[in-house]
Design a binder for this molecule. Structure first.
Ligand SMILES: [Zn+2]
Length: 64
C-alpha cells in the first residue's frame, strides 16, 4: 500500500467506525506510535510525521 492509500483507508475507517478502527488498522500495518498534540494521545504515525487519526503533522522533537 502506498502512503496515500493507507491514509485514505484510515479516513474511511475513522468515518465508518471511529478512531479505534484506525488504531487496529495501524497495528496491522505495524506503524509506529508517537505523541500527537491535537489528539492529545499517542497515535499511529504515517510517513514518520503525519498523524493517522487527525492527519496533522506531528512535531518531531519528541521522537527524533
Ligand atoms: Zn492526531
Amino acid at each position: 500500500m502506498t502512503t496515500e492509500e493507507i491514509y485514505r483507508r484510515a479516513v474511511e475507517l475513522y468515518d465508518e467506525t471511529g478512531p479505534s478502527a484506525v488504531y487496529d488498522f495501524a497495528d496491522t500495518l505495524g506503524l509506529p506510535y508517537s505523541d500527537c498534540e491535537p489528539c492529545d494521545a499517542d497515535t499511529p504515525t504515517l510517513d514518520e510525521q503525519t498523524c493517522l487519526v487527525c492527519g496533522s503533522e506531528k512535531k518531531t522533537t519528541k521522537i527524533w
